[in-house]
Design a protein around this ligand. Structure first.
Ligand SMILES: Nc1nc2c(c(=O)[nH]1)N[C@H]1C(S)=C(S)[C@@H](COP(=O)(O)OP(=O)(O)OC[C@H]3O[C@@H](n4cnc5c(=O)[nH]c(N)nc54)[C@H](O)[C@@H]3O)O[C@H]1N2
Ligand SMILES: Nc1nc2c(c(=O)[nH]1)N[C@H]1C(S)=C(S)[C@@H](COP(=O)(O)OP(=O)(O)OC[C@H]3O[C@@H](n4cnc5c(=O)[nH]c(N)nc54)[C@H](O)[C@@H]3O)O[C@H]1N2
Ligand code: SF4
Ligand SMILES: [Mo]
Length: 796
């Protein structure tokens, strides 16, 4: 993969050109003409890739996906797609799809049957059920995640299930819970159509949520006035479209939010009525650190903010004091609508919960909340981070529908829905992601008490932080066993003991939930290759194997199989036999069962068949007297949210203080977990590029995308490069306390890091930047900070 300097410059120039040609990153292509499409059958599906949740029309001919078009009927994207969306069909057709279960024997893999594979897994589980863990994904469909959740927490009474979304959305979740007492955003994408000011708190939607960003840019091309403000640690393609760019140091966001609050109070420009009617004040409780902190008075809140003058904030964040005043003036203006967006900059942060709460707080304090266009909106990255992780609760501490394992009442409700004997569900939260992998990579005789992990729809061997510690250390540990369900060979399958070939996207049925609480459904359209099978089926078949062996947990309290499905005549369907799996719509069965949970915390979902008709609906979806199912755009707001009491205007009905109020937080500024020093003088941030999806396992197999962005690089500031005698395209060595990697330098490239910082994307399997990243986590969300690792770079 390594290129010479000349071809590097040529290819990066080309990818920059591709990027510019695509403007905001979203575009619409003409659909094939009628003659070309006559034998093509079209059907709807959400795009496989990002949390924007665009709908595509998938064209199938002779059992193969042959075309993809934007779906004009979809409210999210109105026919537009980004470059990944247009090529999503090709993700199925890489030449090296996994098609057969493979078992490691020494250095080799042996092809085995599914029947054998199920026995291998059942043996591992039966040997030590409490040492087994499931590592899942925000790319699991809702039924996939729900099946895994029930299998673990119901069947095995084991809470060691956690998803890659721990690396992604965990701080957003704790921020929502700490503020509103319930997870998931109040606003939705309609806010982007209505806001006067859009603030991006360290995210790059031009590349990561391109269709959503184009929705905003389109407003401007229609002549609407909208002010775009980019707060970030490096110039990106988003910056190019913004009127203001506030360049900050890592963790500068915390200081900025505190600075805005300071000025709103100091200038008496906050929204008295909103605060008095709907807010309480909170701060962390050092004596008893927990998510809900301690109550403080307005006076205490005010005093705590006292030090955060614009000048002090400038010192902490690097953003000029006058820009902090500009932001505070905007929030002080009740006549404009302000939407905040954020994603990984605020979540991958050792103060992730704090900064999420502080940004909600700025909106609450200023009353920029609850009117269309006035919203603090956290974006999700994966297609079902909301649907499968947050709503289904596939986290080590959670249960479906916003319930938690630590609460006896919640466990009872769940046991009732699952018809389990009372007391089945384990009250102790399981290991979160970083802990799970640490336990797995620690030899058993040194206390590492996870010995088998089953990975589905995620690629931890590339995407976990500090890979040498959290993944590579598995190598040579003979008693540890890694099971990986994937569609391609990856950095994770490299260390797998058992590899299971999976069906992907439209090779199976699916339901997912996007950033704006929108649940979307699709049907299987083509057959998976070879012996590849649905992830849900895999979980179901292992559950059945255990049931057949008499494993008590896989029966409900009446002795019936935990995943029993009956046909119209009431007889059980042997769906665990692959040839019968599609005799019923198993997805629909799981979804309807799961739907009961959604009503426990006002996250109501409609029946499955409603989603078949729609291009997604935003929950809570509530049945109307006329039998129609109506979605909700703005939560906690009277008239729109069916659960808000008439006459209240706004009601935070899941308030953690049980008084219908949101919590407005103060958190003191703290520096990042690792800061540059003499040995490692540069701050490295990592992230993504438009063309690739995460580990690149899919997009690097799509020729158009891989040509446009062939390999990883390190973006440097030209002054830092000059100091080190480094020119564009030179091979350099980048070193942190945890690892070393050689890659090519890119100066004045697509992104421009300020002096003292560098950026490396993580899509390239041949250049694993996560061998260098830090694994420090936020104390509440347990989400790691991939955005701040101290490094040094030298020319090779
Ligand atoms: N093309 C493409 N799109 C994707 C994905 C993909 O792989 N490829 N993945 C999806 C997923 S799962 C996710 S999570 C999203 C991620 O979407 P984003 O969060 O938009 O993208 P990243 O590249 O992870 O993060 C880049 C941002 O982190 C900010 N940052 C760095 N340090 C700090 C800090 O201390 N504070 C703050 N506030 N900001 C900081 C930088 O300013 C930069 O803009 O993208 C989704 N969309
Ligand atoms: N340095 C750095 N690292 C990061 C981040 C960062 O910003 N910087 N961001 C983090 C974040 S936010 C995220 S979300 C994670 C993402 O990290 P991962 O989830 O690990 O990355 P993906 O490449 O999306 O992995 C999905 C895997 O599922 C496979 N796959 C696709 N479809 C199917 C299917 O239907 N079934 C099965 N079984 N497999 C399938 C793909 O081939 C791929 O191997 O990365 C995290 N890691
Ligand atoms: S913006 Fe996201 S959901 Fe939409 S087409 Fe692009 S990758 Fe797919
Ligand atoms: Mo993510």
């Amino acid at each position: 993969m390594q290129q010479d300097r000349r071809s590097f410059i040529r290819s990066t120039a080309m990818s920059a050109a591709t990027a510019i040609a695509s403007g905001t990153g979203a575009f619409s292509l003409p659909i094939l003409n009628a003659a070309e499409t006559s034998s093509v059958e079209w059907n709807k599906a959400p795009c496989r890739f990002c949390g924007t949740g665009c709908h595509v029309q998938v064209g199938v001919e002779n059992g193969k996906v042959v075309a993809v078009a934007g779906d004009k009927d979809a409210e999210v994207n109105k026919g537009l797609l980004c470059v990944k969306g247009y090529h999503v069909g090709s993700a199925l057709y890489g030449k090296d799809r996994l098609t057969q279960p493979l078992l490691r024997r020494g250095d080799k893999y042996e092809e085995i049957t599914w029947d054998q594979a199920l026995d291998v897994i059942a043996d591992r589980i039966e040997g030590a059920p409490e040492r087994f863990a499931f590592y899942g994904s925000g790319q699991w469909t809702i039924p996939e995640g729900y099946a895994a959740q029930k299998f673990m927490k119901g069947g095995l009474a084991n809470n060691h299930i956690d998803p890659n979304a721990r690396l992604c959305m965990a701080s957003a979740v704790t921020g929502f819970l700490a503020t509103y007492g319930v997870d998931e955003p109040a606003g939705c994408y309609d806010d982007l159509d209505r806001c006067d000011v859009l603030i991006m708190w360290g995210n790059n939607p031009a590349e990561m949520h391109p269709v959503l960003f184009s929705r905003v840019i389109d407003r401007r091309s229609r002549g609407e006035k909208i002010e775009l403000i980019d707060i970030g640690t490096r110039r990106t393609r988003t910056t190019e479209q913004c009127q203001h760019y506030l360049e900050m140091k890592g963790h500068g966001d915390v200081a900025i939010a505190l600075g805005i609050a300071h000025l709103l109070i100091k200038n008496d420009a906050y929204d008295h009525q909103f605060v008095e009617s709907f807010c309480n004040f909170k701060s962390p409780d050092p004596e008893n650190p927990n998510l809900h902190g301690k109550s403080i008075s307005f006076e205490e809140y005010k005093q705590s903010l006292e030090p955060y003058t614009p000048e002090y904030v400038e010192e902490l964040s690097g953003v000029p004091a006058e820009k902090i005043r500009m932001l505070a003036d905007l929030f002080a203006n009740p006549d404009i609508r302000i939407t905040s967006l954020w994603c990984m900059g605020m979540n991958q942060h050792t103060m992730g919960t704090a900064i999420n709460s502080l940004v909600h707080g700025v909106h609450l304090l200023s009353g920029h909340f609850g009117k269309p266009g006035d919203a603090p909106t956290s974006l999700t990255g994966q297609p079902s981070a909301c649907g499968t992780v947050r709503e289904v609760g596939t986290l080590a501490h959670a249960l479906p529908g916003g319930r938690v394992v630590a609460n006896p009442e919640h466990r009872q409700q769940c046991e009732a829905f699952w018809n389990l004997p009372a007391g089945t569900i384990n009250p102790q939260p399981g290991y979160h992601t970083v802990e799970m992998w640490e336990q797995f990579c620690t030899p058993s005789d040194e206390g590492g008490d996870i010995d088998t992990i089953w990975v589905q729809v995620t690629n931890p061997g590339q995407t976990l932080p500090n890979l040498r510690k959290l993944f590579n250390a598995k190598e040579g540990l003979e008693d540890k066993f890694l099971i990986v369900s994937d569609v391609y060979p990856t950095a994770t399958t490299r260390l797998a003991d058992l590899i299971l070939p999976s069906a992907m996207w439209v090779e199976k049925n699916g339901v997912v939930g996007n950033s704006e609480r929108r649940t979307q459904q699709w049907f299987k359209m083509v057959e998976p290759p070879g012996d590849a099978r649905d992830d849900t089926w895999q979980t179901l078949a292992v559950a059945r194997r255990l049931f057949d062996r008499g494993y008590a947990g896989m029966s409900d309290k009446d002795g019936r199989f935990l995943f029993e499905v009956v046909d119209e005549t009431g007889s059980p369907v042997p769906a665990w036999q692959w040839e019968h799996y599609y005799d019923v719509n198993f997805d629909k069965h799981l979804f309807e069962e799961y739907r009961q949970f959604s009503r426990l915390k006002h996250k109501d979902l409609a029946p499955y068949d409603e989603y078949v008709k729609a291009r997604g609906m935003r929950w809570p979806v509530v049945e109307q007297p006329d039998g129609n199912w109506e979605e909700t755009r703005f939560r906690f707001v009277e008239k729109d949210d069916p659960y808000v009491k008439a006459g209240t205007g706004i009601q935070f009905y899941h308030s953690s203080t049980k008084d219908d109020r949101a919590q407005l937080w103060f958190h003191p500024y703290e520096p990042p977990a690792e800061v540059p020093d003499e040995t490692y003088p540069l701050m490295m941030t990592t992230g993504r590029v438009l063309e690739h999806w995460h580990s690149g396992s899919m997009t690097r197999r799509i020729p158009e995308l891989s040509r446009a962005m062939p390999s990883a690089y390190v973006e440097m500031n030209p002054d830092d490069a000059r100091d080190r005698d480094i020119r564009n395209g030179d091979l350099v060595s980048i070193r942190s306390r945890r690892g070393e990697l050689q890659l090519q330098a890119w100066l004045n490239g697509r992104g421009r890091p300020p002096r003292g910082t560098v950026f490396v994307p993580f899509f390239d399997e041949t250049l694993l930047i996560n061998e260098l990243t830090l694994d420090a986590v936020d104390p509440f969300s347990k989400q790691p900070d991939y955005k701040k690792s101290a490094v040094e770079i030298v020319k090779v």
